[in-house]
Design a protein around this ligand. Structure first.
Ligand code: GUN
Ligand code: ZN
Length: 435
C-alpha cells in the first residue's frame, strides 16, 4: 500500500499521565505514514516506516517537530474582534466590550469575512479541533459552518442562546430559538467534522424556560453536546445564587434542567465547591481551563488538581475574546504558571496531554483525535524552530528531547507553526504572518 510519509521529530501522548499511564512518546528520527483516506497508518522510526511502505510520497520536515493537532475546548466566534477590550471584571466586560461586538454579527457579510479569518487563525495556531460558542444570529452560524467545512477543521459549535440581561438584539425567547437550532443540528448531521453543541450562554443570561428548552433538545438529539460557563468569578456566582434561590449551587441550576451529562463542557470552574465537584465527577461532565482569560478578567486560579483527583476530564481553551490570543500552545505555558501558584507542578507530558489527548477525551473524541494512534484522523502540526536562532540555540543546550519539548512549550508559539494538516491534508501553510 502506498502512503504519504511525513518525517521529523514526533511527539505525542498516548495515555493519561495524571492517571500514571505510560504516556509520552518522542521519536527523534521519526516518521508518520498516512493512508489515502487521511488516517494514521503507522508511526515509528524513519527507516522502519520507509521499509514498511516503499514507493510512498515522502514529505521531509527536517528537524521540525510533528505534534497532534491542538484542541481548543472553549472560545467564542463572535468575539473575534472583542479581544483586549476594557472591562472591570466579567459582568462589566460582557456589557461594555462583548455584547456590542457580538451584535455586529447581525451583518451577514461581516460575519462571513470574520468566519473565514477565524478558522484560518485557528489552523495557523495548530488547532485542528475547537469547541466554539457561535453567534446569536443564524446566518452568522451558517457562515461559520461553511468556513469550517471548507477548511476541514473539526468544529463543535452552536448558536449562543440568551433571553435576558443583554441588549435586545442579542436576545431570543426559547420559542424563537427552537427552529434555528434544530435546523443547525440537522446541518451538522450531514457535514463531516462538524458537531452541534447546545449553547446556553450562562445562568445569568438564560431564563428557566430557555434552560428547559436546552434540556429538551439535548434529550431529543443525543448526538449533540452542551457547552456553557460556570463559576468564573465570585461576583457572577453570587448573582447566580440570587437569581436561582432554589438551586443548591451554580451547577444545580444547570443540573435541574438535565444539562449536566458526559457530553457537557463547562468553561472555567474556578470557584466550584466540593459538592459541585463531586456532582461533576458523578455526572462525568468535562471542564475547560482557560488560564489567559482567567488572568485577563481577574477571575482567579483554576483548581486543576481538585478536578483531576476526582477524575473530571479537563480540556484547555483560549476563550477568545477574554483570552487575548488564539494559541492553545501558549495557553499551556500560562497553565503551567497558574498551577505553580497552586502548588501543582506540571511537566511537559502533562501539558501536551491537556492540549491533545486530554482535550480529545474531554470531548469524547479520543477514538478520532489527540494522538498518533493507528486509525485516527491525521490531524497534526509542524513546529519548526530552526529559523529562530535563539530557540535553536536554547534547544541545543538541552540534555534530551523531553527537556527540548518543555522549552518548546514555553518558548514556541504560533510563529513557529510550519504547517497544519487536517485529516492528512495541508490546511494551513507556513505561518509568516497570521491571516
Ligand atoms: N460568561 C458568560 N459569557 C461569557 C463570555 O462570553 N466569556 C467569558 N469568559 N465568560 C462568560
Ligand atoms: Zn467563554
Amino acid at each position: 500500500m502506498s502512503m504519504t510519509i511525513h518525517t521529523g521529530t514526533i511527539a505525542h501522548v498516548r495515555g493519561d499521565p495524571f492517571g500514571a499511564e505510560e504516556a509520552l512518546e518522542i521519536i527523534e528520527q521519526g516518521a508518520l505514514a498516512i493512508d489515502r483516506s487521511g488516517r494514521i497508518g503507522l508511526l515509528g522510526e524513519r527507516n522502519a516506516v520507509f521499509e514498511a511502505f516503499p514507493n510512498s510520497e515522502i514529505i521531509d520536515h527536517g528537524n521540525a517537530w510533528l505534534i497532534p493537532g491542538l484542541i481548543d475546548g472553549h472560545l467564542h466566534f463572535p468575539q473575534f474582534y472583542a479581544t483586549a477590550g476594557p472591562g472591570n471584571g466579567l459582568l462589566d466586560w460582557l456589557e461594555n466590550t462583548v455584547y456590542p461586538a457580538e451584535a455586529s454579527f447581525a451583518d451577514e457579510l461581516f460575519a462571513r469575512a470574520a468566519a473565514e479569518r477565524f478558522v484560518r487563525h485557528l489552523l495557523a495556531c495548530g488547532t485542528t479541533t475547537a469547541m466554539v460558542f457561535g453567534s446569536q444570529f443564524y446566518d452568522a452560524n451558517l457562515a461559520l459552518f461553511d468556513a469550517a467545512a471548507r477548511s476541514g477543521i473539526r468544529l463543535i459549535t452552536g448558536m449562543t442562546l440568551m433571553d435576558r440581561n443583554a441588549p435586545p438584539i442579542l436576545l431570543r425567547t426559547a420559542e424563537q430559538s427552537l427552529d434555528p437550532v434544530e435546523k443547525l443540528i440537522g446541518l451538522c448531521r450531514t457535514t463531516p467534522r462538524l458537531y452541534y453543541a447546545i449553547t446556553p450562554r450562562f445562568a445569568l443570561s438564560c431564563s428557566p424556560a430557555l434552560l428547559e428548552m436546552c434540556g429538551a433538545l439535548l434529550k431529543c438529539h443525543p448526538e449533540t453536546y452542551l457547552q456553557t460557563h460556570i463559576n468564573e468569578t465570585r461576583t457572577e456566582t453570587a448573582a447566580v445564587r440570587a437569581a436561582f434561590p432554589r438551586s443548591r449551587h451554580y451547577l444545580d441550576v444547570y443540573d435541574g434542567f438535565g444539562l449536566i451529562t458526559e457530553r457537557t463542557m463547562l468553561a472555567h470552574s474556578i470557584h466550584t465547591t466540593d459538592a459541585e465537584l463531586d456532582r461533576m465527577a458523578e455526572a462525568a461532565c468535562a471542564v475547560c481551563h482557560c488560564p489567559t482569560s482567567n488572568a485577563y478578567l481577574g477571575s482567579g486560579l483554576f483548581p486543576l488538581q481538585k478536578h483531576l483527583t476526582r477524575g473530571i476530564r479537563v480540556a484547555m481553551g483560549t476563550d477568545v475574546g477574554a483570552g487575548t490570543q488564539f494559541s492553545v500552545w501558549r495557553e499551556l505555558s500560562q497553565a503551567y504558571k497558574v498551577q505553580q501558584l497552586r502548588d501543582c507542578r506540571l511537566d511537559a507530558c502533562h501539558l501536551l496531554y491537556l492540549a491533545t489527548l486530554g482535550g480529545a477525551k474531554a470531548l469524547g473524541l479520543e477514538h478520532e483525535a489527540g494522538s498518533f494512534e493507528t486509525g485516527k484522523s491525521a490531524d497534526f502540526f509542524v513546529l519548526d524552530y530552526e529559523q529562530d536562532s535563539y530557540l535553536a540555540a536554547r534547544l541545543g543546550r538541552c540534555e534530551n528531547a523531553m527537556d527540548q519539548l518543555f522549552c518548546l512549550l514555553h518558548l514556541a508559539d504560533e510563529r513557529h507553526v510550519g504547517a497544519t494538516y487536517v485529516h492528512g491534508r495541508l490546511a494551513a501553510p507556513r505561518n509568516r504572518s497570521l491571516p
